[in-house]
Design a protein around this ligand. Structure first.
Ligand code: PLP
Ligand code: COI
Length: 358
């Protein structure tokens, strides 16, 4: 599909942009452009435009505003030392996007169109990479039902949009280890629900327990399974790994209630290459507490595109608090984080073919 490029009438002045790029934070700064593509049933995807980032106009009856037919992805572009930009496993984001689309009764965006839209945005906003250490250009492709219709059925019209947000650390001040709150009264996803899809409603449902976590002095909430209320699932926006004393690593299995993280999948491979045994198996909140206290558990790490690999230092809620290891970053967590970040940033050999140079 040909993309039409519309000139920006008033791009951000370079001095203002560069000052913002020195301290971008997470999720508040946006680049100058966006990509939009329209879908109408019977006609398919059309009208691909790279244009100025601006407000979008929606009919008040647009289905997304009523029934939340919406999905998104989170990915990052990295600046390599040779000045080029690179994506990390973008075809995995494209594939997961379409898996989310299936669950939410939405049309697929062809994988090559998804990746081309992202490439076009990174190319036009190439001057929007943060200058801060560890910074990247966070990319947010999303799709929503734009048809004006109040009946409950899949919409016949959609918009696919990609925006870019220069980003630094997800956690304020780049904390050495995060504190996690165990949700007691809330679950994120039930069997048969939408937990494995990256759809806005899952995040809406996580806001109250996440606010509870913050009120309790924690950084993030961890959800337990909806049925037995004892198996650890994931954080509001990250998957979890548990590093044991015997050199094995446990991560919760993909049973349909957690997001199949691309960082999770990459870490499983990298940890195995380090000679560790990774088991995708259920791990309970009681095991977590007991193993941390007995020393059988050495480390816990949270991982995701936004959070990269973040050590979990303390867990609170229910039966009080417990500390994992020293309460700071553990050895395996630090080592695997360095390896992943190195591959993403082009300083460690990409032996898996995960990096797509743009
Ligand atoms: N779990 C949830 C609920 C998320 O929102 C994310 C972030 O995208 C992840 C896990 C990690 O997924 P990924 O590694 O693909 O970013
Ligand atoms: C991501 O890591 O890309 C996410 O979508 C998670 C969100 C909490 C920012």
């Amino acid at each position: 599909m040909d993309f039409k490029t519309l000139p920006h009438p008033s791009p951000t002045p370079a001095a203002q942009r560069d000052a913002a790029l020195a301290d971008p934070g997470f999720g508040t700064l946006f680049s100058d452009h966006m990509v939009t593509i329209d879908y109408v049933e019977g006609k398919g995807w059309h009208n691909a435009v790279v244009g100025p980032r601006q407000n979008i106009s929606l009919d008040p009856a647009a289905s997304v505003l009523h029934y939340a037919q919406e999905i998104f992805e989170g990915m990052k572009a990295y600046k390599h030392a040779d000045g080029s930009a690179a994506l990390f496993r973008p075809e995995e984001n494209a594939r997961r996007f379409n898996a989310s689309a299936d669950r939410m009764a939405m049309p697929h965006v062809p994988e090559d169109l998804f990746i081309e839209a992202v490439r076009q945005l990174v190319a036009i906003d190439k001057d929007w990479f943060p200058s801060v250490e560890g910074g990247s250009l966070y990319l947010r492709p999303f799709m929503f039902a734009s048809e004006a219709f109040l009946g409950v059925r899949p919409a016949k019209e959609y918009k696919f949009i990609v925006i870019a947000s220069p980003a630094g650390n997800y956690f304020k001040s780049g904390v050495p280890a995060v504190k996690i709150w165990v949700a007691q009264d809330y679950v994120r996803a039930a069997p048969g629900g939408t937990g494995a899809a990256k759809t806005g409603g899952n995040y809406a449902a996580s806001l109250v327990p996440q606010a509870e976590a913050i009120a309790q002095g924690c950084d993030q909430v961890v959800f337990l399974d909806a049925v037995e209320r004892k198996w650890i699932e994931e954080l509001g926006g990250m998957n979890l790994f548990f590093v044991m004393e015997d050199g094995s690593v446990i991560t919760p299995p993909l049973t349909g209630t957690i997001l199949p993280g691309i960082t999770r999948n990459s870490l499983i491979q990298l940890l195995r290459e380090e000679g560790l045994t990774v088991r995708e198996e259920p791990y309970s909140i009681d095991q977590w507490r007991d193993d941390a206290k007995s020393g059988k558990l050495l480390e816990t790490m949270a991982c995701g595109t936004a959070a990269v690999v973040t050590p979990v230092g303390t867990v609170a809620g229910g039966d009080g608090e417990f500390t994992i290891g020293s309460g700071g970053p553990g050895q395996i967590t630090s080592k695997i984080r360095e390896k992943l970040v190195g591959i993403q940033r082009g300083t460690v050999d990409d032996t898996h073919g995960w990096v797509m140079k743009l």
